[in-house]
Design a protein around this ligand. Structure first.
Ligand code: ADP
Ligand code: MG
Length: 877
């Protein structure tokens, strides 16, 4: 018999009709493995059965300089270090197996860094069977007695299943058994001791509500994706260890239902857990050998073990499988052990390996990107293209995310501190994945045949009792049979009576049958009616249920959204709190600074005030001092003026005396004592005050210097006055060589030789200074200038009018005019005070005059050098 040809796509109605809006998020679970050594630093804490917290390890904290944050991650369920394989299986994988048996697809993958326990979780370790053997175990426990005979189902290379009758299957079995290699697998074979303790699952696990009116077939395939190439691990190729042949990679194809599958991939039909695991183990061995010979790193490949479950309904009699391909239900569970999610640099890969690692990372990166795009599309209603085709891994599982099926992921975490950063990445991926929603798979279609077919036609071997009892009761309801023994050959009554009774019975039976048929018909009608109403009700209930489910899922998603929002807000609050703390600290610091600045300012202010007060004091003091000084100076000036006045008076008096004196009389030089007496008697003006050495010392240097020329000039003027008087005196005494011509010539000479005349004047001045030295008070500048100007003017008049006697007379006349009351004969030398050293300083006017005259004459003759010779003369007492 030929296999039944497929007339319609495998699940066209299912595919199109299954587009319900019901979606479930990808179930993400977390498993934390125990630390390898108890003294290792741990960075993962299981907070509760849905939350883990990542703690930043010491070294990382120091490196980041405090720039790190500790976040909690939520999962559908978190499995701590003490979780058993059974617990994990019950929660994560058993619902997937249940779905598989009910015709729904499932995808389960383990994700995490190398060494985090992916393989331990998926495959298991000796003594600790993982999810894979447990899934197989549950499947075979559930469908064990309903399995189809081997080769009833046949996989084709178009990702669908053929079906053939039992006779054909038997023939094929015989044919295969006759072939030497490969041997027909046997479900009765003992498990390989290598993995026996991994599949020796103690706990019995079975799916509920398995459809008994179907037959089942299990097919497994095992592929590896390495460096973005797909390799069939179950392909029967003779391996040559001396010259290993490079394995041929497989390509991906899309079937007519748009499902992706590996073209030409070996699918092995298995009948027991042992057999299935043996097949897996074979693939695993092959993978290991290839890795060793081709120098590959197993942690960088993804392995996909797929379990395909085929189911077809029994025919109406319940004897044979229904030979209709469209009635075949195919479901698949893919168990994926992903490559280590660590970044390339962590594994220290180089050269080829680095490229491979890069590709593996590329696959995982693509997986990540796909999840992100899916999430974005679903959250914001966008229609971005999901880059499934960027890697073989995502391309193969495109249908799970695009179509329908249950997707679950176990995130494996090694809590050791070295894995912290990688674990952080894993957690982030998990966060994204949890938000992706996948269409919920729908229930498989009911074939429409009456349920319970399998047992209806089975030979009844139940306990005797029930059925004979019913027959007896029915027989008893019939009229009793007459005695039917023929004892006499000529008995003609017994037989006709028996015939009659039997006919009656027959009639009765017919009536009963008719009645039964009628009742059956009624019952059938009733049943049909009931069935209709039931199906109506069912439909109604289903509708209601769907509505409710929609509502629930809507509410669920709303709750999830709110939870997410809540999380974000919490995070924001946390950040804001931190910011507030920082600002408060800043504020406190600024306030402190302000206070210190204020204090400093206060201090500076008080310092300033103190300084001001001190300066005020100093100013007052200085003002007072200067006031005193001024007073003193004014007094001194007054005194000086008085002295000058007195001197002038004296001069005037002398002039008057000269004017009034009889001419021929030769003047007699009075003795000093007499002069002094005279002066004392005559003088009405106060005598000049001697200047104390103290007073001189008080005068500043500048003032001293300034006063010098003034003094000289004054002395000059004084001397000029003396000279005038002297000349007039000598004139009157008629001296033949002391004529005014000499003075005129002298004046002329001065005009011709200003330098020399100057020298002469300087010497005059010096003499004047000498004269005034003993009695001069320190002059104030202005008053000195005033007096000086006056004198200079007079001196200038004297000097510039270079014309003999007229000059003299003018001068004398002026002097006369100035002191009209003057009657003194000559200036008394007593005007000069005593020298500070006690020597007498008063000279007679005559002496002075003489010396001046001599000097003037000598000056005109000697020239510039004169002053030096003249100098000692001045000191003459
Ligand atoms: P992966 O596949 O992620 O690289 P494995 O599954 O090979 O990591 O685990 C590495 C080692 O850690 C193995 O020796 C395994 O036995 C051990 N291991 C992993 N997870 C667990 C666990 N939950 N309990 C005990 N041992 C574990
Ligand atoms: Mg592994």
């Amino acid at each position: 018999m030929k296999p039944a040809k497929a007339k319609v796509p495998r699940k066209p109605v299912l595919k199109k009709g299954s587009q319900t809006n019901l979606k479930d998020p990808v179930g993400v679970y977390c498993r934390v493995r125990p630390l390898s050594f108890p003294d290792q630093e741990c960075c993962v804490e299981v907070v509760n059965n849905t939350t883990v917290q990542l703690h930043t390890p010491e070294g990382y904290r120091l490196n980041r300089n405090g720039d790190y944050k500790e976040t909690q991650y939520s999962f559908k369920r978190v499995f701590g270090t003490h979780t058993t394989q059974k617990e994990l299986f019950d929660v994560v994988a058993s619902p997937l197996v249940d779905d598989l048996i009910h015709g729904k697809n499932g995808l389960l993958f383990t994700y995490g860094v190398t060494g985090s326990g992916k393989t331990h979780t998926m495959t298991g370790s000796p003594g600790y069977g993982g999810l894979l053997p447990r899934c197989l175990n549950m499947i075979f426990n559930s469908i064990g007695s309903f399995q189809a005979k081997r080769y009833v189902f046949k996989s084709n290379d178009r990702n669908s299943m053929e079906i053939q009758c039992e006779v054909d299957a038997l023939l094929e079995r015989q044919k295969r058994e006759a072939m030497p290699v490969p041997k027909t697998p046997s479900s009765k074979r003992q498990a390989d001791p290598e993995f026996a303790d991994m599949i020796n699952v103690q706990e019995f696990c079975k799916a509920e509500d398995v459809d008994e009116d179907s037959v089942y077939g299990v097919f497994v395939s095992y592929i590896e994706i390495y460096n973005n190439y797909i390799y069939d691990l179950l392909e029967e190729v003779q391996f040559d260890p001396i010259k290993p042949k490079l394995p041929q990679s497989k390509i991906l194809r899309e079937d007519k239902n748009h499902n992706m599958y590996v073209a030409g991939c070996t699918e092995v039909e298995v009948k027991s857990t042992e057999e299935a695991f043996e097949v897996f183990w074979r693939g695993q061995k092959k993978r290991r050998i290839a890795n060793t010979h081709l120098n590959r790193e197993s942690s960088r490949s993804h392995s996909v073990f797929s379990i395909k479950l085929v189911q077809a309904p029994l025919d109406a009699d319940g004897d044979n499988v229904l030979q209709e391909k469209e009635q075949i239900t195919l479901s698949q569970l893919s168990l994926v052990d992903l490559a280590g999610s660590e970044r390339t640099n962590r594994t220290k890969a180089e050269g080829n390996r680095l490229r491979e690692a890069g590709n593996i990372n590329q696959s995982l990166m693509t997986l990540r990107t796909c999840m992100e795009v899916l999430r974005e599309n679903q959250t914001y209603g966008t229609n971005k293209m999901v880059p499934y085709r960027d890697s073989k891994l995502t391309h193969l599982f495109k249908n799970y995310f695009d179509g329908e099926g249950k997707v679950r992921m176990i995130v494996c975490v090694n809590p050791k501190a070295e894995d912290y950063e990688e674990s952080l990445q894993v957690m982030r991926f998990a966060e994204v994945t949890q938000e992706v929603e996948v269409a919920r798979p729908v229930d498989k279609v009911i074939c429409g045949l009456t349920p319970g077919r399998r047992y209806r036609n089975l030979p009844r071997g139940g306990p005797v009792g029930d059925e004979p009892l019913v027959t007896e009761m029915t027989l008893q309801s019939f009229p009793p049979l007459p005695p039917w023994r023929l004892l006499d050959i000529n008995d003609e009554e017994t037989l006709p009576k028996l015939i009659e009774t039997l006919e009656k019975r027959h009639h009765l039976r017919q009536l009963m049958t008719e009645e039964l048929n009628k009742q059956c018909m009624t019952f059938k009608a009733l049943l049909k009616e009931f069935d209709n109403s039931l199906s109506n009700k069912e439909n109604y209930t289903q509708e209601k249920l769907n509505e409710k489910e929609k509502l629930i899922s809507g509410q669920k998603s709303e709750i999830e959204r709110l939870e997410k929002k809540n999380k974000t807000l919490e995070y924001k609050i946390e950040i804001l709190e931190k910011t507030t703390t920082i600002y408060e600290e800043d504020k406190r610091n600024l306030q402190q600074e302000l206070e210190s600045q204020n204090q400093k300012l206060q201090r500076q202010l008080s310092d300033k005030r103190r300084l001001e007060a001190r300066l005020q004091g100093m100013v007052t003091e200085t003002t007072m001092k200067w006031q005193k000084e001024c007073d003193r100076r004014v007094a001194a000036t007054q005194l000086e003026m008085q002295n000058k006045l007195w001197v002038k008076d004296e001069k005037l008096k002398q002039l008057k005396a000269i004017v009034t004196e009889p001419k021929p009389e030769k003047p007699e030089r009075p003795s000093r004592e007499r002069d002094r007496e005279k002066i004392i008697q005559r003088s009405v003006s106060p005598s000049p005050m001697p200047l104390s050495s103290n007073n001189i010392a008080q005068i500043s240097n500048g003032q001293q210097l300034m006063s010098q020329p003034q003094l000289q000039r004054r002395s000059n003027s004084c001397s000029s006055i003396s000279v005038a008087s002297c000349i007039s005196e000598w004139e009157q005494k008629l001296s033949p060589f002391s004529t005014p011509v000499n003075v005129t010539s002298l004046a002329r000479h001065r005009q011709q030789e200003p330098g020399q005349s100057k020298t002469c004047m300087v010497s005059d001045r010096r003499r004047g200074l000498y004269w005034t030295e003993g009695r001069e008070m320190v002059p104030t500048f202005s008053s000195e200038i005033g007096v000086e100007d006056d004198r200079c003017r007079r001196g200038d008049v004297f000097k510039t009018r270079g014309g003999g006697q007229s000059v003299q007379f003018t001068d004398i006349e002026t002097l006369k005019q100035e002191s009209p009351t003057g009657s003194r004969k000559r200036r008394s030398s007593t005007v000069a005070p005593a020298q500070p050293d006690g020597t007498e300083s008063e000279w007679t006017d005559v002496e002075t005059r003489c010396s001046v005259a001599v000097e003037m004459r000598a000056g005109s003759q000697l020239g510039p050098g004169y002053q030096h010779h003249a100098q000692p003369k001045r000191k003459k007492p």
